[in-house]
Design a protein around this ligand. Structure first.
Ligand code: 5GP
Length: 198
């Protein structure tokens, strides 16, 4: 197994279940996985905590982070800005942890340009109909925002071919197993492992 951690990009429409899957993955194996915490100008949803789910920032504070070159990538999504702070990611990768970025496709493609050995995984619900039902059930956004997110989901699907893996999130435990298997196989790639035995 390679000793460096792997940078993993997870994208997929909101409502695909990325948060739930990743939470479970990290809970099961906290020594090997960690989640990057993004900064955003979006307001916290009920139950979201600053510094845990996101670093919630004003637009001005976000702009300042851009000016200080603090982001690995950043993008605008449905009217809000989101960005991955650089600090922390390299440290974690060097310590051997697999670092997961849960980001949209624009951000994912920016990361791929900078880290060409990152692993890109796209998570999808079983169908777009189920996606809409999940977003309505979640009830965290007004209906016009849900519509915006559905439109955005269709747009993001156009980029699916740029991703290395497509995982359908139907049964949570199966999805988590698929993720673990992907990362296990990625660690065994010759390009990562050969370096360790020379
Ligand atoms: P939400 O508002 O549902 O938490 O996130 C909306 C979208 O922003 C999701 O697709 C999520 O993956 C993406 N996102 C979260 N953090 C980042 C980030 O740091 N960078 C980018 N590019 N997208 C992000």
């Amino acid at each position: 197994m390679s000793k460096m951690g792997i940078l993993i990009v997870i994208s997929g429409p909101s409502g695909a279940g990325k948060g739930t899957v990743l939470k479970r993955l990290v809970e099961l194996d906290p020594d090997n996985y960690c989640l990057s915490i993004s900064a955003t100008t979006r307001s916290p949803r009920f139950g979201e905590v600053d510094g845990v789910n996101y670093f919630f920032k004003s637009k001005e504070a976000f702009e300042e982070m851009i000016a200080h070159d603090e982001f690995l990538e950043y993008a605008e999504f449905c009217g809000n800005a989101y960005g991955t702070p650089k600090k922390y990611i390299n440290e974690m990768l060097c310590s051997g942890k697999n670092v997961i970025l849960e980001i949209d496709v624009q951000g994912g493609l920016q990361v791929k340009e900078k880290y060409d050995d990152c692993v890109m995984i796209f998570l999808m619900p079983p169908s777009l109909k189920i996606l809409e039902e999940r977003l309505i059930e979640r009830a965290t956004e007004p209906i016009e925002k849900i519509k915006m997110r559905m439109e955005r989901a269709s747009l993001e699907l156009e980029f699916i071919h740029q991703y290395d893996y497509l995982v359908i999130n139907d049964i949570l435990s199966d999805t988590v197993t698929h993720f673990k298997n992907i990362i296990c196989a990625e660690h065994l790639r010759t390009s990562r492992t050969l370096f360790d035995i020379l």
